[in-house]
Design a protein around this ligand. Sequence first.
Ligand code: COA
Length: 286
Amino acid sequence: MASEALTVSSSKKRRNRRGRRQQDETKNMIRLAPERPSTPTAISIESGPTIINSHELQLRFLNPGDLPEVKRLCHEWFPIEYPDTWYTDITSTQKFYSVAAVYRGQIVGLVVAEIKDGHSLPKEDSEILASTFDKSSKIGYILSLGVVKGFRKQGIASFLLENLIAHLTTGENSHDVKAVYLHVLTTNNAAITFYEHRGFRPHLFLPYYYAIGGRRRDGFTYVLYLNGGHPPWRLLDYMSNCCQICLSVLNPWSLTKAAFRKVNLAWFNAMPRIRQIAHGTTAVFS
Ligand code: COA
């Protein structure tokens, strides 16, 4: 949640293929005929949990016509007031990856993310990536992810997140994206569980990060590292690494191997001397 994102398996591969197909279709939809949002109507979910496999569930980029509906949904999902310019930005500028899950013409979920320069993040996020990464390193930031209440627990947020991560890890310059992160209220257990089950890890506790209804509320930063990305090493990391090296050196198998190597070397070095003695002995007896 701005001021305030996996795990993919065999059935998921199928979904991924479908996701990619849908992304292509999505691109076409946007390029050729941007879909306008329909008037929000109560859609019954008689298809139940199989909605994620339904051909009627599609992904598409947001467009300016979605603004009122996106605003209504964000009011419903988040306790934060976003300025109107934010809604204009996420529905009309290329700067954001703003994708909606649409079922029978109704937006049932959406994700908004952006790719930031890894070395020019706000102070509170500046330690997400180790400074050893070069200047071209990028970081994905999830501003918003939400699913309409009646459509939750059917895999829609996972589907949106998988597609976002595919976007961040495939294609041009994708290897530069070293992490994806987000901010979340410490009290938002559903979102925290959702992200933790998808490999995100808590990075920072942000006291009084949010201003909600005149009160300050705490937040967390959650991060998923991609393409070999990692946070700066702290003393504990150095200590645990040293312990790992010591353990690997001291393990019985490594010790036996090292001892065998030493005996072999000593034997090899002694060979000329033994040969010399043997030669000398033969000379005496002949
Ligand atoms: N039947 C039953 N359960 C299913 C399912 C199915 N067919 N498909 C998925 N699920 C389970 C998933 O396994 C997952 O549980 P897990 O985390 O233990 O694996 C759980 O439902 C949720 O996954 P999913 O369905 O992909 O998420 P969702 O669509 O319910 O959306 C949130 C999750 C957090 C986005 C949603 O609760 C929400 O919109 N919250 C309000 C907005 C918000 O707080 N956003 C986060 C702030 S950034």
